[in-house]
Ligand binder design. Structure first.
Ligand SMILES: Cc1ncc(COP(=O)(O)O)c(C=O)c1O
Length: 530
């Protein structure tokens, strides 16, 4: 291959005159020895014509063989343009003579076509070297992607809500929309030390068993308080990936999924993406209502239920102790699965909340999920998903088909941070800071937003759920707040159907106390203006 490349370069003497027109003149005058194009390794410097390009070129030859004369330079231009667009940047084009011979075009036509392409920035001539595709494609007109409308058809479900939620707020805005901790609350020292250690480990870049790092899986299994071991746990790249995997691999398009209403926007997005039929059941200040859940299970024959029993997103509720067995019994009696998303397991701000429902289940009804992106940092895309029996096998195989496995370095960092001597100290100071922020936010709401109603005073988690006055248009308020420099979470996106009232989700994970107070002031002014 290297020899062919070298031959492709050295067999052709440098032209005596440069420039596209002059070069073609040199070709016509026979000053450049022409040879068959030789496929070679693609080269960034463009020293040879790429092998992939040879294939494309071959296709073009077929197309152009039909033309077979010089009369149709328009069609030649189109075909040559297509060829050039299919080539990597800086690929050397076949010689003029080659183009003439292969496309059966006259020299004047080739010259004209290449001159036009040069003018349009698609190719360039390098004196003494040849004609190359441009270093980078130049957009000559806006891309015409209208054809995709037909190719893709319609697909319900993939709305923009989650996309909006994960888009970072503008740097100069006060963000009360995201549930991720800001840098001031992240354990950056622990992370830096863990990252350094993890990257230096001899196996850092090798692969692990696809289920994940055994010690991390054992850690997550032990946290559940259930009789689970490392064998029951799969590591996923965050909680969102775990939810998406559970919805796609434990159910099929059209199957019902029962969700507490309101619920996490990302769960709604993942369920819609999986083609599931959402069945909302009401929650109140003590979490999901067991009777409503039971009725929905009977009515729909659903085999999947999704709940966040601890500091639910967005309502902030904890499933009351005396409801826990009832909820589990309802699921067990219908032979269903309960996906328990324990996203806020580290965020008790007062009394410890009850242990996971998973700890009460021995027979594989509860699929338990715990992510580290909230207590550690959003960029640490690591979560544990625990299951038993055939559901575990489905999830394991499904996860492998999704993306094989999670980067071992990330898993090692997560394990190192979660088991570091400084971890419980970090959690202590995190909780203190969040408590202070929550109190500042709630205090400001009570003082400045008398017409809004806090759903509950959250005893943990990172946000409050605020009911807006009847007269208020939530989308309008959210837009006007954003214009005034305050980003808040629109409540409507947390409902599978039409919201029963207008709500905002206000998070205290990203903004500090003074910013939260300022933010509530902005909200008060915007509400007043409206
Ligand atoms: C309730 C809930 N579950 C799961 C997730 C997914 O989190 P991640 O993918 O960052 O682990 C989120 C993110 O905000 C969430 O709010």
């Amino acid at each position: 291959m290297a020899a062919a490349t070298a031959a492709a370069i050295t067999d052709r003497p440098a032209p005596t005159i440069s420039g596209l027109n002059d070069l073609s003149a040199a070709v016509v005058a026979g000053k450049v020895r022409l040879k068959q194009m030789t496929p070679s390794i693609p080269s960034a410097s463009g020293a040879a014509f790429a092998s992939g390009a040879a294939f494309v070129f071959g296709t073009e030859v077929l197309l152009l063989a039909l033309m077979n004369d010089d009369s149709n330079s328009g069609a030649a231009q189109v075909s040559l343009e297509r060829l050039i667009k299919a080539l990597p940047p800086e690929s050397r084009l076949p010689s003029y003579r080659d183009l003439q011979e292969r496309y059966r075009l006259g020299p004047a036509t080739v010259r004209r076509v290449l001159a036009d392409l040069t003018r349009r920035g698609l190719v360039e001539t390098r004196p003494g070297s040849g004609t190359y595709t441009a270093p980078r494609r130049v957009a000559t007109a806006p891309a015409d992607v209208a054809w995709q409308t037909l190719a893709l058809g319609t697909r319900i479900g993939l709305g923009a809500d989650l996309e909006r939620m994960v888009t970072p707020s503008p740097a100069d805005a006060i963000s009360m929309a995201s549930g991720f901790l800001d840098e001031r609350l992240q354990p950056l020292g622990l992370l830096a030390a863990a990252a350094t250690r993890a990257a230096r480990r001899p196996q850092a870049w090798n692969r692990l068993p696809a289920q994940g790092l055994t010690e991390l899986r054992a850690h997550f299994a032990a946290e559940t308080g259930a009789a689970l071991t490392a064998q029951n746990v799969l590591i996923t790249p965050g909680g969102q990936a775990a939810l998406s995997a559970a919805f796609r691999h434990l159910a099929g398009p059209g199957d019902p999924l029962i969700v507490e209403s309101p619920t996490y926007v990302g769960a709604l997005a993942a369920a819609r993406g999986a083609g599931l039929r959402l069945v909302p059941v009401p929650g109140d200040r003590d979490g999901v209502q067991p009777q409503a859940l039971s009725d929905a299970l009977v009515r729909t024959s659903a085999k999947l239920v999704y709940l966040q029993p601890r500091y639910s997103n967005p309502a902030g509720t904890v499933l009351r102790r005396d409801r826990r067995q009832e909820v589990l019994d309802a699921v067990v009696s219908r032979g269903a699965f309960l996906i328990e998303d324990d996203w806020m397991r580290d965020f008790d701000l007062g009394q410890p909340s009850p242990p996971p429902l998973a700890s009460m289940d021995d027979d594989g009804h509860v699929i338990y999920l715990r992510s580290v992106s909230k207590p550690i940092a959003p960029g640490l895309r690591v979560a544990g998903l625990a299951a038993r029996g055939p559901a575990l096998v489905r999830l394991r195989r499904g996860r492998i088909s999704d993306d094989l496995f999670v980067a071992p370095v990330l898993q090692q960092i997560a394990l190192d941070v979660l088991t570091a001597p400084g971890w419980s100290r970090h959690l202590g100071s995190l909780r203190r800071a969040l408590r202070e922020r929550r109190d500042a936010l709630v205090g400001a709401i009570n003082a400045k937003l008398p017409h809004c109603e806090l759903f509950i005073m959250p005893t943990g988690g990172v946000h409050v759920w605020l009911r807006l006055p009847e007269s208020c248009s939530e989308p309008d308020l959210v837009t006007r707040a954003a214009s005034a420099g305050l980003i808040v979470g629109p409540g409507r996106m947390c409902f599978a159907g039409e919201p029963p009232a207008s709500y905002l989700r206000l998070s205290y994970a990203e903004a500090d106390s003074p910013a939260l107070v300022t933010g509530v002031g902005i909200l008060a002014s915007v509400l007043e203006e409206g």
